[in-house]
Design a binder for this molecule. Structure first.
Ligand SMILES: [Zn+2]
Ligand SMILES: [Zn+2]
Length: 425
């Protein structure tokens, strides 16, 4: 790799060469990347309990590749941080810090049905690929640090939000991750989300002998469920709410004195969440009033924010992805519809980032048994490594081009400003 890095046609040629080299490096370590994700896949662990995955990943960075500074149990029991490159401020050289995020939590009963084992592999592959070209650069114009953060508990809790609060993202300039899906898409709207557990308390009684002495907490749960089902028709079309009844009594001949529901409330913007929350609370309280029960609400610790777009990163990612043969969906229905929620949303409020979706060779839907099988399949490997290359190539694009990096930061600020404005309205 030539030592001169100045913008212009020569720069472009050098960049192109680096992109090819990093792709070749990823291919050369494909086997160990595959075993990494297989190891995580074969031992699915729930949010905040990803101990095996944590040790598999930290071992991977410690043993298999030279030069990584690895911190186990980084701020959370099952989080980690692996860094390569100069420390910020070392010898006065300007350092750009690029982050890749790994997720690795699974779902109850259906294992890696969201393919987070592949997210971990993408993060590792992209970081290894980028490092492989950076370490051979004799004279880069800026210092570059590659940081991998292992972020637990995406499916439940929001480990990234714990990590943000602990300051884990403070020194990063830009972050990358990619999520398995049914198609390639540089951006799909992920929604803001807040979860609430609703408990109703009534009074037991013999359901046949003196039912009038009881206060029926199951009835309150049913009413709450129905109230929110009715509310759904008055909601904005891109809002979502869904629930299950977790506890509904012990025996039919005992008037249930306790019931419990779990609700997920989602809106397109975090500013709208407050509106949905207030309306839902009226529904919960109405059910309590109608049945004479007491109601208690327990909101989850963290609010997930919507994922902010970053048009510059998306454009670069699409260019790189296309060069590798990715076919990005143009299906308006897919592009407009929400694809759930992620704690990466909160990350986009503190660091510019991109969270594209990628096809893994299967039409199965996330959170199904079929998707778990697809996420562990040989076929998913090709697509997983391809998206990792596209992310690392996109990182290369912005690292050495101050103007682009500035644009990425400006995009992010603008998107945040727009969201903040909506919050004030
Ligand atoms: Zn999921
Ligand atoms: Zn997921």
């Amino acid at each position: 790799i030539p030592p001169v890095w100045e913008l212009g046609s020569e720069f472009e040629a050098q960049l192109q060469q680096c992109k090819e080299k990093l792709g070749q490096h990823v291919d050369s370590v494909a086997e160990k990347l595959c075993s990494l994700s297989k190891a995580i896949w074969s031992e699915p662990e729930l949010a905040y309990q990803e101990h095996q995955a944590h040790s598999t990943l930290t071992r991977f960075f410690r043993e298999q590749d030279q030069g990584w500074l690895v911190q186990s149990r980084y701020k959370l029991d099952t989080a980690f941080r692996a860094e390569w490159g100069p420390a910020r401020g070392d010898s006065g050289v300007k350092v750009v810090n690029v982050g890749f995020l790994c997720e690795y939590d699974a779902l109850e009963e259906i294992g890696h049905a969201c393919g987070h084992n592949l997210i971990a592999e993408v993060g590792a592959a992209a970081a290894l690929g980028l490092k492989s070209v950076l370490e051979k650069m004799p004279n880069p114009p800026v210092g570059v640090k590659v940081t991998v953060i292992g972020t637990p508990a995406e499916e439940d809790g929001g480990g990234k939000i714990d990590l943000i609060e602990a300051g884990a993202f403070e020194d990063l300039d830009v972050v990358f991750m990619a999520h398995p899906s049914q198609e390639d898409a540089s951006y799909l709207p992920d929604m803001a989300e807040h979860d609430v557990i609703v408990n109703y308390y009534g009074k037991t009684s013999h359901a046949a002998a003196y039912p009038w002495k009881g206060i029926n907490a199951l009835d309150a749960a049913v009413l709450a469920y129905n109230n929110l089902s009715l509310l759904r028709q008055q909601m904005k079309p891109d809002w979502r709410l869904h629930s299950i009844i977790k506890h509904g009594g012990v025996k039919p001949n005992i008037v249930p004195s306790h019931s419990e529901l779990s609700f997920y409330l989602r809106t397109l913007l975090r500013s709208e969440l407050q509106v949905l929350r207030e309306t839902a609370e009226q529904c919960f309280k109405a059910a309590a009033m109608a049945t004479g029960c007491k109601v208690e609400l327990h909101y989850s610790k963290h609010v997930f924010y919507n994922v902010l777009p970053n048009r510059t990163l998306e454009r670069l990612f699409v260019e790189n992805g296309k060069a590798l043969g990715m076919e990005f969906t143009t299906d308006e229905e897919v592009l407009k519809n929400s694809s759930g929620s992620t704690d990466f949303g909160n990350v986009t409020f503190v660091v510019p980032g991109i969270h594209p979706y990628f096809y893994i060779g299967s039409s199965a839907l996330n959170h199904t048994e079929e998707y778990n099988i697809a996420a562990g399949s040989e076929e998913a490997q090709f697509y997983t490594l391809r998206v990792a290359k596209a992310l690392a190539m996109t990182a290369l694009d912005v690292l050495f081009n101050q103007e682009l990096l500035q644009q990425v930061k400006e995009d992010s600020l603008q998107a945040k400003r727009k969201d903040d404005d909506a919050l004030r309205e």
